[in-house]
Design a protein around this ligand. Sequence first.
Ligand SMILES: Nc1ncnc2c1ncn2[C@@H]1O[C@H](COP(=O)(O)OP(=O)(O)OP(=O)(O)O)[C@@H](O)[C@H]1O
Length: 255
Amino acid sequence: MSQEGAELDREPAVRVEGVGVGYGDVLALDGVDLAIAQGRVCGLVGANGSGKSTLFKTVTGMITPARGRVLVHGLTPTAARKRGLIGYVPQSEQVDWAFPVRVADVVMMGRYGHMGITRRPRAADRAAVADALERTHLSDLADRQIGALSGGQRKRAFVARGIAQGARVFLLDEPFAGVDKRSEATIVEVLRAMRDAGHTLVVSTHDLAGVPELCDEVALLQRRVVAHGSPEEVLTPQRLLETFGIEGRPVREVA
Ligand SMILES: Nc1ncnc2c1ncn2[C@@H]1O[C@H](COP(=O)(O)OP(=O)(O)OP(=O)(O)O)[C@@H](O)[C@H]1O
């Protein structure tokens, strides 16, 4: 590990302290506290409108909280983003899939911060893209238009972009929405391998059934973090009833 890497390792990957965010009269986040250690997969679970997207936007620095602070590996979100430490995998609706760009081009975008102003890829950039495509099982699809991929493959293309960028913390917004079972299994495999390589993953999801399989820990959000621990500790029948109005064991697509 480089000196820079060792310095970044001293902090939790994500630290959220007393964060409050409002949109006009709507209080979206109210005193959110959350610390996620490096190399963990944390599920961010909450009903519609509980603040998941707002929390992601705050961690990426797109929103500045009215109260509290966020640190990513000890850095402000803006500084962490400038250093390429944050990889963001958006919800599908937020992307224009008609844009004529190949999978390899999307992944190469992750290298822009490493290139000069000419944005001319060098051998190291091409090697990083090839490695990211391989780690996300997309090498065979490198030349395909992004719009011609399945939902799950598109998610992996954005994960690959973050890997090529050198991101250490990945925020994945509903990575399993609109994804078939086989593709979901591939995504889980890719994310687990990333976790094992030391990346930190925060995964917002309604898919409670998949949480115990993928996540080391779960944070339950209701404008603030009402529970944080192992999936078994957090997703109790009582909490599921209170949060989602459902009874019994975790089920798929409940929110
Ligand atoms: N741009 C905005 N202007 C006003 N209110 C907003 C805005 N964005 C979000 N909100 C409100 O803030 C609250 C939290 O929204 P947010 O999108 O963060 O929740 P979420 O948990 O991601 O929801 P979902 O699961 O439906 O995506 C909601 O009450 C929402 O209506």
